[in-house]
Design a binder for this molecule. Structure first.
Ligand SMILES: NC(=O)c1ccc[n+]([C@@H]2O[C@H](COP(=O)([O-])OP(=O)(O)OC[C@H]3O[C@@H](n4cnc5c(N)ncnc54)[C@H](O)[C@@H]3O)[C@@H](O)[C@H]2O)c1
Length: 261
């Protein structure tokens, strides 16, 4: 789809790589001035250098100080923020264990980025959007915020929290002409998921086969496909859609359950 985002400033967190990077590219292609905010400062700047009308900055979304400083910098350099995409997110890789063994520090680390991060950046940006009387916020959850899965309790709980936070923010911000929606990706091909699920080794190929057995489309999603859903919610025209969750999952959640993988 195409949207006219000219004269709009879009802040995308975690946009140095993966879904965030594809989203930043798509928003820029549709005319937005894009701010790539990431823990990986060098990656954010390199990504911005490859786009027209983009800037990169370091922002750890779990740090209230860094979030406030980053949002102030965007305001100083761009004057406003029209679109916020809360995309930065992490999951556990080394602790695929049941809750009785799940390390408390790992729970805190994931919650800090995946749920507190969405709260902190939204809190800082919403204050500015309320003053502007306009805005679009798009939160990135996961199908695992809808359908529970074993061995990653912090991630599934954080993503379920992002969905409820989206709806709560939508109620609170609708009177200020700000929409808040959520995109819930299924398994999407990125450098990280390729390493974890979709590599060439036989063990990974078996893991991928099991994972894709519950995806009717029979393949992982592409980052560009997730970015398209984000663009829909970011477009100024879609002003009466708020508090919604759009799964981009090849049909995974249409069945309403998850076979273990
Ligand atoms: N790829 C998938 O299969 C998939 C599926 C469902 C949901 N998601 C969600 O989509 C979003 C993007 O995921 P992705 O697969 O593109 O991940 P990715 O690992 O490719 O990229 C994540 C980006 O976030 C940045 N980041 C990490 N911690 C940060 C922090 N504290 N502050 C700021 N930036 C930080 C990383 O540097 C990286 O650039 C995440 O919220 C993820 O949970 C991804």
């Amino acid at each position: 789809m195409k949207a006219d985002l000219s004269n709009q400033v879009a802040l995308v967190t975690g946009a140095a790589h993966g879904i965030g990077l594809a989203t930043a590219q798509l928003l820029a292609e549709n005319g937005a001035r894009v701010v790539i905010a990431d823990l990986d400062e060098a990656g954010a700047k390199a990504a911005a250098a490859g786009m027209k009308n983009a800037m990169g900055l370091r922002m750890d979304v779990s740090s209230a100080t860094e979030v406030e400083a980053g949002v102030r910098q965007v305001e100083a350099q761009c004057g406003r923020i029209d679109i916020l995409v809360n995309n930065a997110g992490i999951n556990t890789t080394n602790h695929r264990v049941t809750i009785d063994q799940f390390p408390i520090e790992e729970w805190d680390r994931i919650m800090a980025v995946d749920l507190r991060g969405v709260f902190l950046v939204s809190r800082a940006v919403a204050a500015r959007m309320i003053a502007q009387k306009a805005g679009r916020i798009v939160n990135i959850a996961s199908v695992l915020g809808i359908v529970p899965a074993r061995l990653q309790c912090a991630y599934t709980a954080a993503k379920a929290g992002v969905i409820n936070l989206t709806q709560t923010m939508a109620l609170e911000l609708a009177p200020h002409h700000i929409t808040v929606n959520c995109v819930a990706p299924g398994s999407t091909l990125t450098a990280a998921t390729e390493k974890l699920f979709y590599g060439q080794e036989p063990a990974l190929q078996e893991k991928a086969r099991r994972m894709l057995s519950h995806v009717p489309a029979g393949r992982p999603g592409r980052v560009e496909e997730v970015a398209q859903a984000i663009l829909f919610f970011a477009a100024a025209e879609n002003s009466y859609v708020t508090g919604q969750v759009l799964s981009v999952d090849g049909g995974w959640t249409a069945g309403g359950f998850l076979r273990d993988f």
